[in-house]
Design a protein around this ligand. Structure first.
Ligand SMILES: [Zn+2]
Length: 510
């Protein structure tokens, strides 16, 4: 591993904190690179990550191994790091997504993870930087090989009283409830409806495998009581799945998922982050274990999970954040005044783990003889200027195996070894191939289909959701390409919706 010899002062300078603001002399942004005044952050790199050995896509996973890939590792968006998502694959063939922050789908695709491997999603909390790419995964999964329901797990509602409830100063919010239904089931049902236009519009192709338990646009959400550990219940738009008892369903307290066939167990415990309801997860399989903190302040639930573990945890993935003055600069174009620093201090107080806080937790685990085999920090803008001081801060409490990850870090864990590598991917990746074995039995007839077997698109119904007055305005393909398939095979909609109310005339202007 390369040593990085930066002082904190160098680090701040390199990060752009002391460079001053970027000035545009002409008022028009120039594409030219000015070495004396580069864009904020452009001089940074991550030497630690570059020093890791390479992981090449397609490497098979040994039957007794767990592989953890980091698909998003930053709290604030940047080109090199998407927001939080951790992908866990097990040698038994199962795979799990933990959080799905903005941009992570790009990394899943670059890593050639098929959509069908991303159907079990565990959410630590419902912040946008941990949930926003769910929309994309959900919307486009069924267009790929994710033609089975999306299963979600997440916390129950917060029971934080709405301070504006019937407040005389805020009559405009009089319809708000005393307690918001801000838990997983309400999230899932509104999420499903929010994506209604999308899911219907794309259901002109098959979205359900012949042998699947439901449609790719079905959502099944299990709500986990963050306070008592009870399984609150499940919700699905599919009434059969709503009441179904799944093979991995568990009524044991604090257990989110238990698959006795593959001996996979995912339990959870409280985190302390922003508002009641955040949780951390622990996955156990084949004598191996992984804890993912999600977002949290340093807390004793975590210390107890580590020290109370029968065997030391193999992999601890814990969040930490930049020091407030560096965070403030990172959140303010590279430099920050006192107001931004106070905001960053409040964010840390409300939400996150300081570098030394994680060091202290690891120290507690070590003193109990339960230091993790490897601890990894995530949720951190990782570059040379931030990594060095963060390592120093953790090292002031803890000397055991510890590192800081960034996107595309890949960790193989077996009883014999833990291997840290970085994936080599293309900036121009194709979508991953279809791997779901249910492909063999084909798909059900699309929801919007054309039953005429003479149709050139049979059984797809490509024009079943467009009213005549719109179709009337489509430029006929033969006008611009007489050799095209659609000119050679003229197609008329089978059962389009009528013109909507208020549209009386059929305009014909070709
Ligand atoms: Zn958060």
């Amino acid at each position: 591993m390369n040593e990085i010899n930066f002082s904190r002062r160098d680090a701040l300078r390199l990060s752009g904190a002391a460079l001053g603001s970027v000035t545009l002399t002409s008022g028009i942004a120039s594409a030219a690179w000015d070495p004396l005044n580069p864009p904020p952050g452009s001089t940074q790199q991550n030497t630690l990550f570059k020093s890791l050995p390479l992981f090449r896509l397609g490497e098979p996973l040994a039957a007794d191994e767990m592989r953890v890939s980091f698909m998003g590792t930053s709290p604030l968006e940047r080109k090199t790091q998407m927001t939080t998502s951790v992908f866990v694959e097990l040698g038994c063939g199962d795979s799990f997504v933990f959080d799905a922050g903005m941009g992570c789908q790009v990394n899943y695709t670059a890593m050639q993870v098929p959509a069908s491997k991303m159907r079990k999603v565990f959410l630590t909390h419902l912040h946008g930087d941990h949930t926003s790419d769910l929309t994309y995964m959900y919307c486009f999964g069924p267009q790929r090989d994710a033609k089975s329901p999306m299963y979600l797990w997440g916390p129950s509602k917060s029971y934080v009283r709405n301070p504006w409830y019937k407040h005389p100063q805020f009559p405009q919010y009089d319809e708000e409830p005393e307690y918001f239904d801000d838990g997983m089931r309400a999230f899932a049902s509104t999420f499903r409806e929010m994506n209604r236009w999308h899911s219907e519009s794309q259901s002109f192709v098959g979205t359900r495998w012949g042998a699947a338990e439901g449609d790719g646009y079905d959502v099944v959400a299990t709500e986990l009581n963050w306070a008592t550990g009870a399984r609150e219940g499940q919700w699905s738009d599919n009434l059969i799945l709503r009441d179904a008892v799944f093979p991995w369903r568990s009524d044991e307290p604090w257990v989110a998922y238990h698959d006795p066939l593959n001996s996979v167990k995912i339990s959870y415990f409280q985190a302390v982050h922003d508002r009641n309801g955040s949780i951390s997860y622990k996955l156990e399989w084949n004598g191996l274990s992984m804890i993912f903190s999600g977002d949290t302040r340093p807390n004793m639930f975590m210390v107890n999970a580590l020290t109370g573990s029968k065997m030391p945890v193999d992999l601890l993935i814990h969040e930490f954040v930049l020091p407030p003055e560096v965070w403030a600069a990172a959140a303010n174009g590279g430099q920050a005044g006192q107001a931004a620093i106070t905001t960053a201090l409040a964010v840390q107080e409300n939400s996150h783990t300081p570098e030394k806080g994680l060091g202290w937790i690891l120290n507690q685990a070590q003193r109990a003889g339960k230091a993790p085999r490897l601890a990894l920090a995530t949720h951190f803008q990782a570059s040379d200027d931030t990594i060095r001081p963060a390592l120093d801060a953790v090292r002031s409490w803890y000397q055991g195996p510890f590192s800081i990850v960034t996107d595309l870090a890949v960790i193989n864990v077996s009883s014999k070894r833990i291997l840290q590598r970085r994936a080599v991917v293309s900036d121009y990746s194709p979508l991953p191939p279809t791997v779901d074995p249910r492909l063999g039995s084909g798909t059900f007839v699309p929801k919007y289909n054309d039953p005429r077997s003479t149709s050139p698109y049979y059984p797809y119904g490509p024009l079943e959701q467009l009213s005549p007055f719109l179709l009337d305005q489509v430029i006929q393909p033969c006008l611009y390409d007489p050799t095209s398939f659609s000119c050679q095979n003229p197609y008329a909609a089978y059962n389009p919706p009528p013109n909507p109310p208020g549209v009386t005339s059929m305009l014909r202007r070709r």
